[in-house]
Unconditional design. Sequence first.
Length: 212
Amino acid sequence: MNLILLGAPGAGKGTQSAKISEKFQIPAIATGDILRSAMKAGTTLGLEAKAYIDEGKLVPDAVVIGIIKEYLASDACKKGFILDGFPRSIPQAEALDEMGVKIDVVLSIEVPDEKIVARMSGRRVCSCGASYHVEHNPPKVADVCDNCGSALYVRADDAPETVKKRLSTFHAQTEPLKEYYAKKGILATVEGQEKVEDTTSLVFRALSRFEA
């Protein structure tokens, strides 16, 4: 199964991606990881991407998609793959089509903006790597890490105003992909639930309709 995961920042794509990867034994692919791997390996496209990054420029879509296509053609993706975080726009989706990358299903995880803001702004993290949530996974002592006793903090990305800006960008650039893939007949939507396992159950039910 060749799968694209869509959803706003904080919708739970990463968590569900891991569940799908485990069930179907296919790799979950984060664009940033592939770019870093290609640059480290010194591939032609990797070096091209590095040149843009070294100059402080955005890596062009054509280079990013070329690197993704190379990875998707590798043995790791023989049984399929999950693209998480790409494409982010209609032009990227069109470029993916033009390069002959076949997609079987596009799964969109739907969570209302207000829930995402509450979910992300409630996160607290520690420099030791531990993560908490003021409602769903609070530390034993408020704002103090259970593991090491250090003070917890809110990541800049999780601040309410930052989250709202990221959501605005998602709605403007990425959400139109739902209609793009719906017209191809490969879009499935799932309402994100409060419990991870409930969302996972709905995800697997949606994907079962596309299994060969």
